[in-house]
Design a protein around this ligand. Structure first.
Ligand code: ADP
Ligand code: MG
Length: 284
């Protein structure tokens, strides 16, 4: 029995019901202990009230973060802390950390493209950036591009493509991992193009691809659509080119020749606004 109840000042069972009705689960759980402490330490009433409110807000933030982490479907263990930035000398960790704050680009619906050969760390970095953004309060969805395209194709067959694309609007950032692996028959419908168009200048998209833009022709039904899609993606974008040897292969080699040093690697960063299509290939 709580001391508050013992004093007879309030009906604690009724208070529990009221806090339930008001949807204040943290206060419902914490108030007896806090009330006891407040009585013991003679807190002013205002301090007691403020402490209860703080508990509820902290708990709400924690639940929101848990929910956003669950819905994001990020890859376990792929964090910025476990990412070796030294392996990609020209991607600055400071630049990536600035991107993880989100405000300057996600508010504008700008994009991020990670392009480079297999094993270079694109998927790891994409998921890690997603995690940092979720921790900073943004909503993110990580998806393998071909899985998402498949889901959107099903929606299209059910005449629900627009609704499906609209539902993705709740994510400030949509991570499309492995754009190049969309298969030919998936390309025959243009759901990916419609998704990219729908998000253009409104919601951000992060794309990883093994191949540069020139090879994206097989991902979209025709060349005009490919150009239009690339144009929308790069219009407001940051592009990281990760042209390094496979991290796995290098790690294995380094284990083998301990002390032999890292294999040569290079990478370049470009501001996406600087990437333009040739004049004779303006998109539709
Ligand atoms: P990609 O998507 O470019 O093919 P991945 O991100 O899947 O490459 O990387 C392959 C493996 O190597 C993953 O297990 C990843 O965690 C690891 N890896 C790649 N680059 C790095 C890095 N710079 N630091 C730490 N681990 C890395
Ligand atoms: Mg990958």
């Amino acid at each position: 029995m709580t001391r508050a109840l013992q004093t007879g000042a309030i009906d604690s069972a009724r208070l529990t019901l009221m806090l339930n009705d008001l949807r204040l689960p943290a206060i419902k759980q914490d108030w007896p202990d806090l009330a006891q402490r407040a009585d013991k330490e003679s807190w002013p009433a205002a301090r007691f009230l403020a402490t209860l409110a703080e508990h509820e807000i902290a708990e709400r933030d924690r639940r929101r973060l848990t929910r956003h982490l669950a819905e994001a479907q990020l890859l376990p263990g792929k964090t910025l802390d476990s990412f070796d930035f030294d392996a990609i000398p020209t991607i600055s960790k400071a630049h990536v950390l600035a991107i993880c704050a989100g405000d300057s680009w996600i508010d504008k619906g700008a994009n991020l493209l990670l392009i480079g050969g297999p094993g270079g760390g694109k998927t790891h970095l994409a998921s890690a950036i997603g995690l940092a953004l979720v921790e900073n309060g943004w909503r993110v969805l990580f998806a393998r591009t071909s899985d998402l395209v498949q889901r959107l194709q099903v929606a299209r067959r059910e005449l629900a493509l627009e609704a499906a694309i609209n539902r993705l609007d709740r994510f400030h950032l949509l991570i499309l991992d492995d754009l190049a692996y969309v298969s030919k028959d998936q390309a025959e419908t243009s759901v990916l193009f419609e998704l990219i168009s729908a998000r253009y200048e409104r919601r951000s998209t992060l794309i990883t691809a093994n191949q540069p833009f020139g090879a994206w022709g097989k991902v979209f039904p025709d060349p005009a659509m490919t150009l239009a899609a690339v144009d929308r993606l790069v219009h407001h974008a940051t592009i990281f080119e990760i042209n390094v040897d496979s991290y796995r292969r290098r790690a294995a080699l380094e284990r083998k020749h301990k002390g032999a040093g890292r294999p040569q690697s290079y990478a370049t960063i470009k501001d996406l606004d600087a990437v333009s299509l040739p004049d004779n290939q303006s998109p539709t």
